[in-house]
Design a binder for this molecule. Structure first.
Ligand code: G
Ligand code: MN
Length: 410
Protein backbone atom coordinates (compact mmCIF):
# COMPACT_ATOMS: atom_id res chain seq x y z
CA UNK A 1 0.00 0.00 0.00
CA UNK A 2 1.19 3.49 -0.83
CA UNK A 3 2.63 5.30 2.16
CA UNK A 4 0.85 8.59 2.81
CA UNK A 5 3.06 11.24 4.38
CA UNK A 6 1.84 12.34 7.78
CA UNK A 7 2.69 15.96 7.02
CA UNK A 8 0.37 16.20 4.04
CA UNK A 9 -2.58 15.08 6.13
CA UNK A 10 -2.10 16.79 9.45
CA UNK A 11 -1.08 20.33 10.23
CA UNK A 12 1.15 21.23 13.14
CA UNK A 13 -0.46 21.88 16.52
CA UNK A 14 -2.72 24.91 16.43
CA UNK A 15 -5.77 26.41 18.09
CA UNK A 16 -9.29 25.54 16.91
CA UNK A 17 -10.79 27.83 14.27
CA UNK A 18 -13.61 30.12 15.30
CA UNK A 19 -16.89 28.97 13.80
CA UNK A 20 -19.62 31.53 13.24
CA UNK A 21 -22.88 30.92 15.15
CA UNK A 22 -24.98 30.32 12.04
CA UNK A 23 -22.57 27.66 10.78
CA UNK A 24 -22.47 26.01 14.20
CA UNK A 25 -26.26 25.86 14.23
CA UNK A 26 -26.36 24.30 10.75
CA UNK A 27 -23.76 21.72 11.77
CA UNK A 28 -25.85 20.78 14.82
CA UNK A 29 -28.89 20.23 12.57
CA UNK A 30 -26.93 18.09 10.14
CA UNK A 31 -25.54 16.00 12.96
CA UNK A 32 -28.87 15.39 14.66
CA UNK A 33 -30.65 14.40 11.48
CA UNK A 34 -27.97 11.93 10.36
CA UNK A 35 -27.68 10.33 13.78
CA UNK A 36 -31.42 9.82 14.06
CA UNK A 37 -31.71 8.61 10.50
CA UNK A 38 -28.95 6.01 10.96
CA UNK A 39 -30.15 5.13 14.49
CA UNK A 40 -26.70 5.58 15.95
CA UNK A 41 -25.91 6.46 19.58
CA UNK A 42 -23.44 9.25 18.89
CA UNK A 43 -22.64 11.62 16.04
CA UNK A 44 -19.87 14.22 16.18
CA UNK A 45 -17.69 16.50 14.14
CA UNK A 46 -14.06 16.62 15.12
CA UNK A 47 -11.42 19.17 14.18
CA UNK A 48 -7.80 18.07 13.85
CA UNK A 49 -5.39 20.30 15.75
CA UNK A 50 -2.15 18.46 15.08
CA UNK A 51 -1.53 15.98 17.86
CA UNK A 52 -5.03 16.50 19.26
CA UNK A 53 -8.57 16.52 17.94
CA UNK A 54 -11.42 18.55 19.30
CA UNK A 55 -15.08 17.59 19.37
CA UNK A 56 -16.63 20.66 17.76
CA UNK A 57 -20.22 19.51 18.00
CA UNK A 58 -21.72 16.35 19.42
CA UNK A 59 -25.17 14.79 19.28
CA UNK A 60 -25.98 11.79 21.44
CA UNK A 61 -29.03 9.68 22.22
CA UNK A 62 -27.81 9.42 25.82
CA UNK A 63 -24.81 11.24 27.33
CA UNK A 64 -21.53 9.40 26.77
CA UNK A 65 -18.67 10.11 29.17
CA UNK A 66 -15.73 11.80 27.45
CA UNK A 67 -17.65 12.72 24.30
CA UNK A 68 -18.81 16.30 24.64
CA UNK A 69 -18.45 19.46 22.58
CA UNK A 70 -15.18 21.24 23.33
CA UNK A 71 -13.33 18.18 24.62
CA UNK A 72 -9.85 17.71 23.16
CA UNK A 73 -8.50 14.18 22.91
CA UNK A 74 -5.23 12.80 21.75
CA UNK A 75 -5.14 11.99 18.06
CA UNK A 76 -3.68 8.59 18.89
CA UNK A 77 -6.52 7.45 21.16
CA UNK A 78 -9.29 7.17 18.55
CA UNK A 79 -10.36 6.06 15.09
CA UNK A 80 -10.19 9.39 13.23
CA UNK A 81 -6.50 9.44 12.37
CA UNK A 82 -6.48 5.81 11.22
CA UNK A 83 -9.46 6.41 8.96
CA UNK A 84 -7.91 9.50 7.34
CA UNK A 85 -4.62 7.66 6.85
CA UNK A 86 -6.52 4.79 5.19
CA UNK A 87 -5.53 2.26 7.83
CA UNK A 88 -9.11 1.72 9.00
CA UNK A 89 -12.14 1.57 6.69
CA UNK A 90 -14.65 4.41 6.84
CA UNK A 91 -17.42 1.93 7.48
CA UNK A 92 -17.03 -0.62 10.30
CA UNK A 93 -20.36 -2.40 10.96
CA UNK A 94 -18.75 -4.62 13.61
CA UNK A 95 -15.56 -3.50 15.35
CA UNK A 96 -14.94 -6.97 16.81
CA UNK A 97 -14.16 -8.17 13.28
CA UNK A 98 -11.41 -5.55 12.71
CA UNK A 99 -8.12 -6.38 14.53
CA UNK A 100 -6.76 -2.78 14.44
CA UNK A 101 -10.02 -1.46 15.96
CA UNK A 102 -9.52 -3.84 18.87
CA UNK A 103 -6.21 -2.16 19.72
CA UNK A 104 -7.88 1.28 20.12
CA UNK A 105 -8.76 2.16 23.74
CA UNK A 106 -12.05 3.90 22.78
CA UNK A 107 -13.45 0.63 21.42
CA UNK A 108 -13.76 -0.58 25.00
CA UNK A 109 -14.02 2.70 26.88
CA UNK A 110 -17.08 4.13 25.11
CA UNK A 111 -17.69 1.34 23.87
CA UNK A 112 -17.84 1.31 20.05
CA UNK A 113 -19.57 -1.58 18.31
CA UNK A 114 -20.15 0.03 14.91
CA UNK A 115 -18.30 3.04 13.48
CA UNK A 116 -18.78 5.35 10.48
CA UNK A 117 -16.24 8.08 9.86
CA UNK A 118 -15.48 10.22 6.83
CA UNK A 119 -12.94 13.03 6.50
CA UNK A 120 -14.17 16.60 6.09
CA UNK A 121 -12.01 18.11 3.35
CA UNK A 122 -11.98 21.52 1.72
CA UNK A 123 -11.81 22.08 -2.07
CA UNK A 124 -8.01 21.74 -1.98
CA UNK A 125 -8.31 18.37 -0.24
CA UNK A 126 -6.98 19.59 3.10
CA UNK A 127 -8.50 17.74 6.04
CA UNK A 128 -10.43 19.81 8.59
CA UNK A 129 -11.39 16.82 10.70
CA UNK A 130 -13.92 14.04 10.55
CA UNK A 131 -17.64 13.54 10.49
CA UNK A 132 -18.43 10.46 12.62
CA UNK A 133 -21.19 8.27 13.97
CA UNK A 134 -20.95 5.26 16.19
CA UNK A 135 -23.18 2.93 18.13
CA UNK A 136 -22.36 0.91 21.19
CA UNK A 137 -23.38 -2.37 19.59
CA UNK A 138 -22.45 -3.82 16.24
CA UNK A 139 -24.80 -2.93 13.32
CA UNK A 140 -24.31 -5.52 10.56
CA UNK A 141 -27.09 -3.84 8.55
CA UNK A 142 -24.87 -0.82 7.77
CA UNK A 143 -23.62 -0.77 4.19
CA UNK A 144 -22.74 1.32 1.14
CA UNK A 145 -25.92 3.47 1.17
CA UNK A 146 -25.26 4.63 4.75
CA UNK A 147 -21.65 5.40 3.94
CA UNK A 148 -22.72 7.34 0.84
CA UNK A 149 -25.06 9.40 3.00
CA UNK A 150 -22.18 10.20 5.35
CA UNK A 151 -20.11 11.40 2.38
CA UNK A 152 -22.88 13.67 1.17
CA UNK A 153 -23.35 15.19 4.61
CA UNK A 154 -19.61 15.56 5.09
CA UNK A 155 -19.41 17.61 1.89
CA UNK A 156 -22.28 19.71 3.20
CA UNK A 157 -20.39 20.34 6.43
CA UNK A 158 -17.24 21.21 4.48
CA UNK A 159 -19.16 23.79 2.46
CA UNK A 160 -20.66 25.25 5.64
CA UNK A 161 -17.19 25.56 7.15
CA UNK A 162 -15.28 26.82 4.14
CA UNK A 163 -15.62 30.56 4.85
CA UNK A 164 -14.61 30.19 8.48
CA UNK A 165 -11.69 27.95 7.52
CA UNK A 166 -10.48 30.44 4.91
CA UNK A 167 -10.73 33.31 7.37
CA UNK A 168 -8.78 31.30 9.93
CA UNK A 169 -6.08 30.48 7.39
CA UNK A 170 -5.67 34.11 6.43
CA UNK A 171 -5.49 35.02 10.10
CA UNK A 172 -2.78 32.45 10.75
CA UNK A 173 -0.87 33.43 7.64
CA UNK A 174 -0.74 37.03 8.94
CA UNK A 175 0.52 35.81 12.30
CA UNK A 176 3.14 33.66 10.59
CA UNK A 177 4.29 36.53 8.39
CA UNK A 178 4.70 38.88 11.35
CA UNK A 179 6.54 36.15 13.27
CA UNK A 180 8.78 35.47 10.28
CA UNK A 181 9.61 39.16 10.00
CA UNK A 182 10.46 39.38 13.68
CA UNK A 183 12.63 36.27 13.52
CA UNK A 184 14.32 37.79 10.48
CA UNK A 185 15.36 40.80 12.59
CA UNK A 186 12.61 43.19 11.46
CA UNK A 187 11.63 45.89 11.98
CA UNK A 188 14.84 47.65 10.98
CA UNK A 189 14.74 51.28 11.99
CA UNK A 190 15.66 54.18 9.72
CA UNK A 191 15.49 57.84 10.62
CA UNK A 192 14.28 60.82 8.62
CA UNK A 193 15.26 64.34 9.67
CA UNK A 194 12.77 67.15 10.36
CA UNK A 195 13.86 70.67 9.38
CA UNK A 196 12.86 74.10 10.65
CA UNK A 197 11.62 75.91 7.55
CA UNK A 198 12.87 79.39 8.62
CA UNK A 199 16.57 78.52 8.91
CA UNK A 200 16.92 74.93 7.73
CA UNK A 201 18.11 73.63 11.11
CA UNK A 202 17.40 69.99 11.96
CA UNK A 203 14.97 69.83 14.89
CA UNK A 204 14.63 66.09 15.24
CA UNK A 205 14.32 62.72 13.55
CA UNK A 206 11.38 60.41 12.93
CA UNK A 207 11.96 56.70 13.49
CA UNK A 208 10.47 54.67 10.64
CA UNK A 209 10.15 50.87 10.46
CA UNK A 210 11.37 48.85 7.52
CA UNK A 211 10.70 45.16 6.89
CA UNK A 212 13.39 43.76 4.55
CA UNK A 213 12.16 40.23 5.35
CA UNK A 214 8.78 41.09 3.80
CA UNK A 215 10.17 43.09 0.92
CA UNK A 216 6.97 42.86 -1.13
CA UNK A 217 4.87 44.51 1.57
CA UNK A 218 4.85 48.19 2.52
CA UNK A 219 5.64 48.92 6.19
CA UNK A 220 2.19 50.41 6.88
CA UNK A 221 0.66 47.27 5.39
CA UNK A 222 2.76 45.07 7.68
CA UNK A 223 1.52 47.10 10.64
CA UNK A 224 -2.07 46.77 9.42
CA UNK A 225 -1.67 42.98 9.25
CA UNK A 226 -0.04 42.90 12.67
CA UNK A 227 -2.85 44.97 14.17
CA UNK A 228 -5.44 42.70 12.56
CA UNK A 229 -4.04 39.73 14.49
CA UNK A 230 -3.34 41.52 17.77
CA UNK A 231 0.43 41.88 17.24
CA UNK A 232 0.50 45.57 16.35
CA UNK A 233 1.38 46.73 19.83
CA UNK A 234 4.24 44.25 20.11
CA UNK A 235 5.66 45.43 16.81
CA UNK A 236 5.28 49.12 17.61
CA UNK A 237 6.95 48.73 21.00
CA UNK A 238 9.76 46.70 19.43
CA UNK A 239 10.31 49.48 16.91
CA UNK A 240 10.23 52.14 19.64
CA UNK A 241 12.70 50.23 21.81
CA UNK A 242 15.10 49.84 18.88
CA UNK A 243 14.72 53.49 17.90
CA UNK A 244 15.58 54.62 21.41
CA UNK A 245 18.58 52.29 21.59
CA UNK A 246 19.87 53.59 18.25
CA UNK A 247 19.50 57.22 19.32
CA UNK A 248 22.02 57.11 22.17
CA UNK A 249 24.38 59.34 20.15
CA UNK A 250 21.73 61.67 18.81
CA UNK A 251 22.70 65.29 19.71
CA UNK A 252 20.85 66.34 22.88
CA UNK A 253 18.94 69.17 21.24
CA UNK A 254 17.26 66.87 18.70
CA UNK A 255 13.84 65.32 19.31
CA UNK A 256 13.01 61.70 18.55
CA UNK A 257 9.63 61.13 16.90
CA UNK A 258 8.12 57.68 17.26
CA UNK A 259 4.93 56.35 15.69
CA UNK A 260 2.38 54.78 18.01
CA UNK A 261 -1.25 53.87 17.43
CA UNK A 262 -3.87 54.91 20.00
CA UNK A 263 -4.65 51.28 20.79
CA UNK A 264 -1.00 50.57 21.59
CA UNK A 265 -0.79 53.68 23.70
CA UNK A 266 -3.68 52.44 25.81
CA UNK A 267 -2.36 48.90 26.22
CA UNK A 268 1.42 49.26 26.52
CA UNK A 269 3.59 51.26 28.87
CA UNK A 270 5.55 53.54 26.59
CA UNK A 271 7.59 54.96 29.46
CA UNK A 272 9.08 51.54 30.19
CA UNK A 273 9.86 51.10 26.51
CA UNK A 274 11.86 54.33 26.49
CA UNK A 275 14.29 52.65 28.83
CA UNK A 276 15.67 55.80 30.41
CA UNK A 277 15.66 57.94 27.26
CA UNK A 278 14.72 61.47 28.29
CA UNK A 279 10.93 61.69 27.74
CA UNK A 280 11.23 65.44 27.11
CA UNK A 281 13.06 64.57 23.89
CA UNK A 282 10.29 62.30 22.62
CA UNK A 283 7.41 63.18 20.32
CA UNK A 284 4.70 60.53 20.15
CA UNK A 285 3.17 60.58 16.67
CA UNK A 286 -0.35 59.27 16.93
CA UNK A 287 -1.05 57.32 13.79
CA UNK A 288 -4.59 56.15 13.30
CA UNK A 289 -6.33 54.72 10.31
CA UNK A 290 -9.48 53.63 12.15
CA UNK A 291 -11.77 55.96 14.04
CA UNK A 292 -10.86 56.35 17.71
CA UNK A 293 -13.78 55.10 19.79
CA UNK A 294 -12.48 55.84 23.25
CA UNK A 295 -11.07 59.38 23.35
CA UNK A 296 -11.46 59.50 27.10
CA UNK A 297 -9.26 56.39 27.49
CA UNK A 298 -6.72 57.78 25.03
CA UNK A 299 -6.49 61.13 26.81
CA UNK A 300 -6.15 59.29 30.11
CA UNK A 301 -3.35 57.09 28.74
CA UNK A 302 -1.52 60.13 27.36
CA UNK A 303 -1.70 62.07 30.61
CA UNK A 304 1.30 60.49 32.40
CA UNK A 305 3.38 60.69 29.21
CA UNK A 306 2.65 64.40 28.85
CA UNK A 307 3.34 64.90 32.55
CA UNK A 308 6.75 63.32 31.95
CA UNK A 309 7.39 65.87 29.21
CA UNK A 310 6.62 63.95 26.05
CA UNK A 311 5.02 65.86 23.19
CA UNK A 312 2.10 64.57 21.19
CA UNK A 313 1.79 64.89 17.43
CA UNK A 314 -1.19 64.05 15.23
CA UNK A 315 0.19 62.20 12.23
CA UNK A 316 -1.23 62.29 8.71
CA UNK A 317 -3.55 65.20 9.51
CA UNK A 318 -5.92 65.89 6.65
CA UNK A 319 -5.85 62.29 5.44
CA UNK A 320 -8.35 60.22 7.45
CA UNK A 321 -11.93 61.35 7.79
CA UNK A 322 -11.53 61.74 11.54
CA UNK A 323 -8.18 63.48 11.70
CA UNK A 324 -9.56 66.97 12.34
CA UNK A 325 -11.69 65.61 15.16
CA UNK A 326 -8.51 63.96 16.33
CA UNK A 327 -6.75 67.33 16.46
CA UNK A 328 -9.63 68.92 18.36
CA UNK A 329 -9.90 66.12 20.90
CA UNK A 330 -6.20 65.56 21.54
CA UNK A 331 -4.91 69.18 21.64
CA UNK A 332 -1.57 68.03 20.23
CA UNK A 333 1.72 69.90 20.47
CA UNK A 334 2.44 69.12 16.83
CA UNK A 335 0.23 68.60 13.76
CA UNK A 336 1.80 66.75 10.84
CA UNK A 337 0.20 67.57 7.50
CA UNK A 338 -0.40 64.45 5.50
CA UNK A 339 1.63 63.98 2.32
CA UNK A 340 -1.57 64.26 0.24
CA UNK A 341 -1.87 67.90 1.36
CA UNK A 342 1.81 68.65 0.74
CA UNK A 343 1.88 67.14 -2.73
CA UNK A 344 1.46 69.92 -5.36
CA UNK A 345 0.64 72.45 -2.65
CA UNK A 346 2.56 74.92 -4.84
CA UNK A 347 0.15 74.55 -7.76
CA UNK A 348 -3.11 73.37 -6.21
CA UNK A 349 -5.11 76.21 -4.64
CA UNK A 350 -7.37 73.88 -2.68
CA UNK A 351 -4.48 72.20 -0.92
CA UNK A 352 -2.89 75.54 -0.29
CA UNK A 353 -6.10 76.84 1.31
CA UNK A 354 -6.35 73.76 3.52
CA UNK A 355 -2.72 74.06 4.62
CA UNK A 356 -3.24 77.77 5.34
CA UNK A 357 -6.26 76.94 7.50
CA UNK A 358 -4.22 74.50 9.57
CA UNK A 359 -1.44 77.08 9.94
CA UNK A 360 -4.01 79.59 11.21
CA UNK A 361 -5.31 77.01 13.69
CA UNK A 362 -1.75 76.35 14.82
CA UNK A 363 -0.93 80.05 15.22
CA UNK A 364 -3.96 80.59 17.45
CA UNK A 365 -3.32 77.53 19.59
CA UNK A 366 0.45 77.51 19.84
CA UNK A 367 0.75 74.26 17.90
CA UNK A 368 3.67 73.42 15.63
CA UNK A 369 2.81 72.42 12.06
CA UNK A 370 5.04 70.00 10.16
CA UNK A 371 4.59 69.29 6.47
CA UNK A 372 5.35 65.68 5.57
CA UNK A 373 6.47 64.31 2.23
CA UNK A 374 8.03 67.45 0.74
CA UNK A 375 9.50 66.39 -2.59
CA UNK A 376 10.26 69.61 -4.45
CA UNK A 377 11.77 73.04 -3.82
CA UNK A 378 8.55 74.63 -5.09
CA UNK A 379 6.49 72.80 -2.48
CA UNK A 380 8.92 73.88 0.22
CA UNK A 381 8.83 77.49 -0.95
CA UNK A 382 5.01 77.59 -0.81
CA UNK A 383 5.02 76.00 2.65
CA UNK A 384 7.46 78.69 3.80
CA UNK A 385 5.15 81.43 2.47
CA UNK A 386 2.24 79.82 4.31
CA UNK A 387 4.18 79.93 7.59
CA UNK A 388 4.62 76.19 8.11
CA UNK A 389 7.06 75.61 10.98
CA UNK A 390 8.83 72.43 9.98
CA UNK A 391 9.16 70.16 6.97
CA UNK A 392 10.16 66.60 6.24
CA UNK A 393 10.48 64.74 2.95
CA UNK A 394 12.70 63.23 0.28
CA UNK A 395 13.61 66.70 -0.96
CA UNK A 396 15.15 67.52 2.41
CA UNK A 397 16.42 64.20 3.71
CA UNK A 398 15.79 60.53 3.00
CA UNK A 399 15.08 58.04 5.76
CA UNK A 400 18.41 56.31 6.48
CA UNK A 401 20.24 54.31 9.13
CA UNK A 402 21.19 56.40 12.14
CA UNK A 403 24.93 56.19 11.44
CA UNK A 404 24.57 57.64 7.96
CA UNK A 405 22.18 60.32 9.11
CA UNK A 406 24.58 61.49 11.84
CA UNK A 407 27.42 61.50 9.30
CA UNK A 408 25.32 63.59 6.87
CA UNK A 409 24.51 66.11 9.60
CA UNK A 410 28.18 66.79 10.34
O1 G B 1 2.61 57.49 8.48
P1 G B 1 3.90 58.30 8.48
O2 G B 1 3.67 59.70 8.03
O3 G B 1 4.63 58.20 9.79
O4 G B 1 4.82 57.57 7.40
C1 G B 1 5.79 58.24 6.71
C2 G B 1 6.19 57.41 5.52
O5 G B 1 6.33 58.24 4.38
C3 G B 1 7.50 56.69 5.71
O6 G B 1 7.41 55.37 5.30
C4 G B 1 8.48 57.47 4.84
O7 G B 1 9.48 56.66 4.27
C5 G B 1 7.59 58.04 3.77
N1 G B 1 8.11 59.31 3.27
C6 G B 1 8.96 60.15 3.90
N2 G B 1 9.23 61.24 3.12
C7 G B 1 8.53 61.07 1.98
C8 G B 1 8.39 61.84 0.78
O8 G B 1 8.96 62.90 0.60
N3 G B 1 7.57 61.35 -0.18
C9 G B 1 6.89 60.18 -0.01
N4 G B 1 6.09 59.75 -1.01
N5 G B 1 6.99 59.43 1.09
C10 G B 1 7.80 59.85 2.08
MN1 MN C 1 4.80 59.54 11.33
Amino acid sequence: MQQISHDTLFEADRLPISISPQVAENMDRILTSIRQHLRMDVAFISEFLGSGRMFRTVDTAHPVAGVSAGAVLSMASGYCQYVVEGRLPELIPDTSAVPLALTIPETYALPIGAHLSVPIRNDQGAVFGTFCCFSHRAMPELGAPELELMHIFSRLVARELSEDVTRDRQHRSKINRVHAAMWGGDPKIVFQPLFRVSDGAVTGVEALSRFPTLSDTRPDQVYAEAHAVGMGGTLEMLAARRAVALCRDLPDELLLHINVSPHTLMTEDLRKTLHGFDPRRVVVELTEHDPVEDYEGLILALHPLREAGMQVAIDDAGAGYSSLRHVLMMRPDVVKLDVTLTRHVDTDGLRKAMAAALVEYARRTGTIVVAEGVETEAELETLRELGIDEAQGYHLGMPEPIGELLKDMN
